[in-house]
Design a protein around this ligand. Structure first.
Ligand SMILES: Nc1ncnc2c1ncn2[C@@H]1O[C@H](COP(=O)(O)OP(=O)(O)OP(=O)(O)O)[C@@H](O)[C@H]1O
Length: 294
């Protein structure tokens, strides 16, 4: 069989500059092999997706965090290309679901000699997400955390962002439709999960499984802010599911109608949504499977 070819898409600013440091490591590791490869640096939002879409190589490697992985997946999901990951983000939540090592040398070894597996990806309106989509307080937190990541490490950025968002956030009214019917819910946050964690290891959907063809949907109902302070730290261990205000349902498809403009978080990237954009927001498991080297 002919040797596979590789495209490394490196986000130099991911992980506060960790991405840039991977460039030499990748060149050194690849020089030791006889493999044909190419390495490109991203230059801003949307760049990784464009590179991935245009790739002619067999394996497209995302060198970055979940935002970079998300863009690469949006570029390759409809093709037969295989995803590789060299983690260099601040949160790195996607790889926590799979057997992908955090250490770059070991991750590179998996890309060259690992096993290819097929996993689910989620679809939110016209975008694909590999890990978690969310709306409500946690999307506000992700938005704020993206700004704060320049000053703090991953977890600290999320905790500070949580406190800021908590002070200003009010619940939102969501009409939810699933396979069993529809209901209206005053909601603090809703996370639609293919993967288990976000925010650098907060296990919002501790039982989510990227192979079960279902989204684990965590709904935190309207809750007073003092109680939320009690619930929030338990997300780190996945124990928040014991509170009566927290509900987890498993669905292959769900649609949401939200009256007010909201922001949607897809794998840590923010999409502002107005009623003019979408009357109804649809989230589902995509019919396309993602091939990943682990
Ligand atoms: N050259 C660049 N300059 C500035 N921003 C960039 C550049 N290339 C990509 N980006 C942006 O960097 C952002 C962060 O990427 P990514 O999510 O991979 O890293 P991270 O935030 O450190 O990791 P994680 O999501 O795992 O916490 C993305 O929003 C992406 O659009």
């Amino acid at each position: 069989m002919e040797d596979k070819t590789y495209l490394f898409i490196v986000n130099p600013v991911s992980g506060n500059g960790k991405g840039r440091k991977m460039v030499d490591k990748i060149h050194k590791a690849m020089a030791k092999t006889k493999k044909v490869y190419r390495l490109e640096l991203t230059k801003g939002k949307g760049y990784a997706k464009r590179l991935a879409l245009a790739a002619t190589e067999d394996v497209v490697v995302a060198v970055g965090g979940d935002g970079t992985i998300n863009e690469v997946v949006n570029g390759i999901i409809k093709s037969d290309k295989v995803l590789g990951v060299v983690p260099s983000g601040t949160g790195n939540d996607f790889i926590r679901n799979l057997d992908i090592p955090k250490e770059p040398e070991k991750a590179l070894e998996r890309i060259l000699n690992g096993e290819e597996i097929a996993i689910n990806v989620g679809k939110a309106f016209e975008h694909y997400f590999v890990n978690i989509a969310s709306v409500g307080l946690d999307a506000e937190i992700a938005n704020e955390a993206n700004r704060l990541k320049k000053f703090f490490n991953g977890t600290t950025a999320y905790v500070v962002a949580f406190i800021k968002a908590l002070l200003s956030f009010n619940s939102i009214s969501i009409s939810i439709k699933n396979g069993k019917g529809s209901f209206k819910q005053e909601t603090t946050l809703m996370a639609l999960c293919n993967g288990k964690s976000y925010g650098g290891g907060m296990k919002i959907a501790p039982l989510a499984d990227m192979g079960d063809d279902l989204l684990d949907i965590c709904i935190v109902k309207k809750i007073n802010k003092l109680k939320l302070l009690l619930v929030f730290p338990t997300i780190f261990t996945g124990k928040h599911t014991k509170f009566k205000e927290v509900q987890i349902i498993k669905e292959p498809y769900i649609s949401l109608r939200i009256e007010d403009p909201v922001i949607i978080n897809l794998d840590g990237e923010i999409y502002p949504i107005t009623k003019e954009d979408f009357e109804v927001l649809e989230f589902k498991i995509s019919k396309f499977k993602l091939k990943v080297l682990c």
